[in-house]
Design a protein around this ligand. Sequence first.
Ligand SMILES: [Zn+2]
Length: 80
Amino acid sequence: MYQCKDIADEVNNYIDGDLPLTKRIGLFYHLLICSCCRNYLQQIRSTISVITVAHPKEKDETDTQQLAKQLHEMCEKHDH
Ligand SMILES: [Zn+2]
């Protein structure tokens, strides 16, 4: 049976879907009986969605790649 401290350890894997089914069921049952951990999970989930909304990363990653490419080209020119 899961305890509250186990939930804290596993909750990220639970959200990511990284847990085997037996562990997911164990967590799920603990969440059913423990409102404390339900609130905890909800908080984590809302934090994650805030992060995702606040930092839509696709554009940034493209810029970073572009910058890396430019730097790489500059280095190559410098070598010659
Ligand atoms: Zn709990």
